[in-house]
Design a protein around this ligand. Structure first.
Ligand SMILES: Cc1ncc(COP(=O)(O)O)c(C=O)c1O
Length: 302
């Protein structure tokens, strides 16, 4: 029995995938983050941001937790805030799906919607202005700048992958949004196995359909991001990510979101070049989340 729902965050399954074109001796394993209670990898980040704020005395009961998010951190903060009894305000682009907005409201969070065309950078600018106006009112979780974001992955995602592969992981592949996942997991895995290769996945253009991923060359670069944390960058198009989602569902029965499709496309590219190896791809969320915004994009036969 768990003492609270928050103890169900993390400890996600690592699943071996079957693909016809994989060289023998190469494994592709999927870290299934949609098993988190809020449905995504960002539950880990949200819990870490909130508990770090509590430990450092920056988050007190009278505060409103605030952050900008394209969606999954929003759900994570709404869930963690509700479980711990805090008020939560979330700033997000108006383009975030109506279902996602409803989900955050269902958890009791207040939403502020910003211009859809300014994307996550517009939401970021808005939340910074809001906090600057009334710093005493808010606990600004600040996922783009707060070291507690990568620390979540250093403390949990990295060790889980290490243990679940019994130290056999040779490649780690994940998308870059705030970059917290890649920064923290890479740091942990490199400490355990200095030769591990870390592949960061990015969209091929600024306006893309892989929610959660950032096109770094054109975006406001997150303060926590350090390009030395990865050995390679893999560039994936929206079309290819969507196609990989459909293939994964058809071949392995996993229904994942588009940034997961991008990570898996890059992981398969790497796997095809190897003679032996254990390639771990992190799949941030599930396909249900996008049925409304991109109907058909993750369904086979579409
Ligand atoms: C669906 C999805 N994929 C990928 C990411 C990127 O993760 P990170 O912010 O740790 O770089 C996010 C982050 O919000 C996300 O929501």
């Amino acid at each position: 029995m768990l003492a609270s729902l928050l103890h169900a965050i993390g400890h996600t399954p690592l699943v071996r995938l079957r693909f016809d074109d994989l060289p023998t001796g190469v494994e592709v394993l999927a870290k299934c983050e949609f098993f988190n209670p809020g449905g995504s990898v960002k539950d880990r980040t949200a819990l870490s941001l909130v508990e770090d704020g509590e430990r450092r005395g920056l988050l007190r009961p009278e505060h409103v937790i605030v952050d900008s998010s394209s969606g999954n951190t929003a759900v994570g903060l709404a869930l963690v805030g509700r479980a711990k009894g805090y008020r939560v305000t979330l700033v997000m682009p108006a383009s975030v799906s109506a279902d996602r907005q409803r989900l955050c409201r269902a958890y009791g969070a207040e939403l502020m919607l910003t211009d859809a065309f300014s994307g996550s950078d517009g939401a970021l600018a808005h939340v910074r202005a809001l906090v600057a106006e009334a710093p005493q009112r808010y606990f600004y979780a600040d996922q783009y700048r707060n070291p507690a974001n990568p620390a979540a992955h250093y403390a949990t995602t990295g060790p889980e992958i290490w243990e679940q592969t019994a130290g056999r992981v040779t490649h780690f592949v994940a998308g870059l949004g705030t970059s917290g996942t890649v920064m923290g997991t890479s740091r942990y895995l490199r400490e355990r196995r200095p030769g591990v290769r870390v592949i960061a996945v990015q969209p091929d253009e600024p306006l893309h359909g892989m929610e959660g991923l950032k096109h770094m060359p054109s975006a406001v670069v997150p303060e926590i991001y350090d390009e030395r944390a990865h050995d390679e960058v893999a560039v994936v198009s929206t079309e290819r990510a969507h196609e990989t989602c459909r293939e994964l569902l058809a071949s392995n029965g996993l229904f994942v979101g588009h940034s997961a499709g991008a990570a898996l496309a890059a992981a398969r590219d790497v796997a095809r070049t190897l003679r032996s190896g254990v390639v771990v791809a992190l799949l941030p969320d599930g396909g249900e989340r996008y049925l409304q915004t991109a109907p058909g994009a993750a369904e086979p036969g579409a």
